[in-house]
Design a protein around this ligand. Sequence first.
Ligand SMILES: [Mg+2]
Length: 229
Amino acid sequence: MASLAHRPVLFFDIDNCLYPKSTQVHRLMSDLIDAYFETHLSLSQADANQLHMRYYKEYGLAIEGLVRHHKVDPLDYNTKVDDALPLEGVIRPNPKLRKMLQDLDTTKVKPWLLTNAYISHGKRVVELLEVDDMFEGITFCDYGAEKFVCKPAREMYEKAMREAGVKDTGNCFFVDDSFINCKAAKELGWTAAHLIDSTEPEPTTRASQYQINDLEELRDIYPQFFKSA
Ligand SMILES: [Mg+2]
């Protein structure tokens, strides 16, 4: 089984990636995040939204800015934002996604989740999609840790590699809807596919090696990982 131990890893982002952006979960999330900024930083709704967007652009997620600049407890934030999202009935089982994941040849590739969410949210989403059994593990942002590590920080990708048991960056493949996450992955030596919703504008420069509009396109860009027809 020596070859199995050295399988390349295909890292999947979760939010707005395993379910489409059109699900509008980011809207629900954005409202709760704005409310959190308003309550905890005593800001007007407009200022809360502006700061939230600034942190999102700068750090990849709002919570990092809250922790860095406002000493917010990330676990409290997680309870009031991610875990409070009304996802039941919004994120539904996705048989097409499940089929795509089933078509991965797991003797050739290790499917692994890589999320900036906390474990509770990450697990909840893949369970709602009914694909939770299709991954061999998950690297999440540990909101309980002393040091906050999340994409696109280099340490997060290194943590993912340690946890997934892969040493060579050339064996790391990735899909994420975030431009900065894909760019950072590529800079580290990973092969990354930037997933862009068809309703979104295309970036003027590409984030990484691949740019796709649908997860089904993984079959075309990473054919080496799929069972042959
Ligand atoms: Mg995402």
